[in-house]
Design a binder for this molecule. Structure first.
Ligand code: AMP
Length: 582
């Protein structure tokens, strides 16, 4: 353990206390929420003013967003917060709408902001404990804040991160470790044009390359996106550094002013150094080469982000990959207390003071809902949250597995989102099934020196039998001429490996009944997934929260992919069938 300051020691003692008294703290949290919300229209209909835990469990139904939506919309349209929440609602978070389907409006209040600050402080302490000097130097953090819109009642609606950064609480009490420690002036984070913002983030990071000690983003996809963008724009950035003049297409005036200050003046020597590094054929190890003092890479790479791990390892070489906290617009859940563990082993320790948590067992035949303290090691659960802003027994939509305990606080591995499934007949392929299958197939690409940059899929059901179509964007390790690198037999084998890795029902319908057709991989041009992201961000998704949808449902998004298909491959054999299913 590293040398810690007195305040850091005290902070870690708070963590010990929290994780040692989970039951008591969870009961107190529920009591506080129920007492505060007892007279809301929503709870009164179930509890008649009581704040009793047993009655809560007996009478209050488990709900989805659709159950709360009418109340939320009434508040957004001007009715008092009190119809749903005892605490005043101060704004709404827009969910990304790219992971779980449709964009939602989630009520927020001051407690949300306090909780965010608490979790961020804990994360900082954990990093202090494990990574010597993690707070020295500057962070190159790709952060994008979208402007807030107003609901008819005048309340701000924005992405949760924007809400946090603009809240009075954060503005008045900025964590000491923020802003001054970033290579990007705030104007870049608040720039509404994602492309200009990304360019400026990276350019400032390059100018201050000797000070950068960490490279980070919210989700892994954003970091991968950032490096891909750099591959396209490094020459232009170097020319800006050489001349000391920012490109004309950066038209946002606040960005121009602040980035021009960072550029300082002409710096031909730095431009040559960066050009030498970027000019290499392979970008393996590019992060530590461009930012030689980097101690770690930080972003969320669990759940559906896990597919980006190989590319992050490729760019980062031996740098530790640290997965950030497990959070959502609805509530904050857990902290990664073991930041230096292997990427595949990341678990999140739930903080019992954040909200009240319950769990529905998955796949056990017993669906008795259990409290946080009663989850069992190894079991899978769907997460239910009761938060401080009016969501009671709300299905978050995430499936988690218990991997251990820190004191008495359970630790969970993020498995998948609940509803993301692919189906062309009667089978139900989950996001996790798909990720596992694709991971197995990508092992075959190694021999051709190719990596999977990103993928998504589409259930092709306009012909009978229907079949799975996977769109793959590939990246050559040394050479980017993918068409030259791909070998038909390898790609066909990838299709077969995916089918072989899917579940027993899929294999039966495919091989025995013929109800599912041969799986297809469509290789798309380089940059396709950037275009897909641009499509979704133009529809209102925020880049910072953007997650490539694992399954494409809209015809416009599908068109973005279809217009860029370069080659198609089909599985040429039938997967094996389990004899028990014959
Ligand atoms: P949003 O509210 O739009 O930011 O999305 C929140 C969702 O992102 C969560 O419910 C999870 O599905 C996903 N998510 C957030 N943090 C993590 C994490 N650390 N690992 C995996 N998925 C995460």
């Amino acid at each position: 353990m590293n040398n810690l300051t007195k305040e850091e020691e005290a902070g870690l003692a708070v963590l010990e206390n929290l994780t040692s008294n989970v039951k008591q703290i969870q009961d107190e949290v529920l009591k506080e929420i129920l007492t505060c919300d007892a007279n809301t229209e929503y709870l009164r209909s179930f509890l008649h003013g009581s704040s009793d835990k047993d009655l809560f469990k007996k009478n209050v139904p488990i709900g989805t967003y659709e159950d709360f939506k009418p109340y939320i919309e009434r508040v957004a349209n001007g009715e008092s917060s009190e119809i749903i929440s005892g605490r005043p609602i101060t704004g709404f978070a827009l969910t990304s709408g790219t992971s779980g389907g449709k964009q939602k409006l989630i009520p927020l209040n001051n407690k949300y902001v306090e909780n965010a600050r608490f979790l961020s402080d804990i994360r900082y302490l954990v990093l202090s404990k494990h990574i010597e000097g993690h707070n020295k130097g500057k962070g190159l953090h790709l952060l994008f804040l979208k402007p807030a819109s107003k609901t008819p009642s005048g309340l701000p609606a924005s992405y949760a991160t924007t809400h946090l950064m603009k809240s009075d609480y954060f503005v008045k009490n900025p964590p000491s470790y923020w802003d001054t420690s970033s290579t990007s002036p705030s104007e870049i984070k608040f720039c509404h044009d994602t492309k200009q913002s990304l360019y400026c983030h990276l350019l400032c990071g390059l100018v201050m390359r000797d000070e950068v000690t960490r490279v980070s983003s919210g989700f892994a996809s954003v970091l991968v996106q950032g490096i891909t963008f750099l591959e396209k724009f490094w020459k232009e950035m170097c020319s800006n550094i050489r001349s000391g003049q920012l490109s004309d297409w950066i038209t946002n005036l606040s960005c121009r002013d602040s980035v021009s200050k960072v550029l300082g003046g002409p710096n031909p020597q730095l431009a040559v150094t960066i050009e030498d590094i970027c000019n290499q054929k392979s970008w393996k190890c590019i992060i530590p080469q461009l930012w030689p003092r980097t101690k770690f890479i930080e972003c969320i790479f669990t759940g559906q982000m896990a597919q980006h791990i190989p590319l992050l390892e490729f760019y980062g070489n031996d740098l530790p990959l640290v997965s950030r906290n497990y959070v959502s617009s609805e509530a904050f859940f857990g902290v990664n207390l073991n930041p230096l563990c292997k990427p595949q082993d990341v678990s999140y320790t739930f903080m019992p003071n954040m909200s009240y948590f319950e769990f529905i067992p998955v796949g056990e035949g017993d669906d008795t809902i259990v409290d946080l303290v009663n989850v069992k090691l190894g079991r899978y659960y769907e997460l239910i949250v009761t938060n401080y802003a009016g969501l009671h027994r709300y299905r978050v939509g995430d499936i988690l597995q218990v991997t251990g305990f820190y004191n008495s606080a359970p630790q969970f591995r993020f498995i998948r989102r609940q509803n993301v499934v692919l189906s062309v007949y009667l089978e139900a392929t989950t996001e996790e099934d798909l990720l596992n299958a694709v991971t197995n197939a990508t092992q075959l690409l190694k021999s051709s020196d190719i990596m999977l940059r990103d993928f998504t899929c589409y259930p092709h059901i306009s012909t009978v039998p229907g079949h799975y179509v996977l769109y793959w964007e590939l990246k050559g390790n040394k050479n980017d001429d993918i068409i030259e690198l791909i070998e038909t037999n390898v790609m066909v084998e990838c299709c077969s490996v995916i089918e072989e890795s899917l579940d027993a029902l899929y294999r039966k319908f495919r091989s025995k009944d013929g109800s599912i057709g041969a799986l297809e991989i469509r290789v798309v041009q380089r940059g396709t997934f950037d275009s897909l992201m641009e499509y979704f961000t133009a529809q209102g998704a925020c880049l910072g929260q953007y997650k490539t949808p694992r399954c494409i449902k809209s015809s416009e998004a599908l068109e973005v992919l279809e217009n860029r298909v370069m080659a198609c491959f089909f599985s040429d054999k039938l997967p094996h069938v389990d004899t028990t299913l014959c």
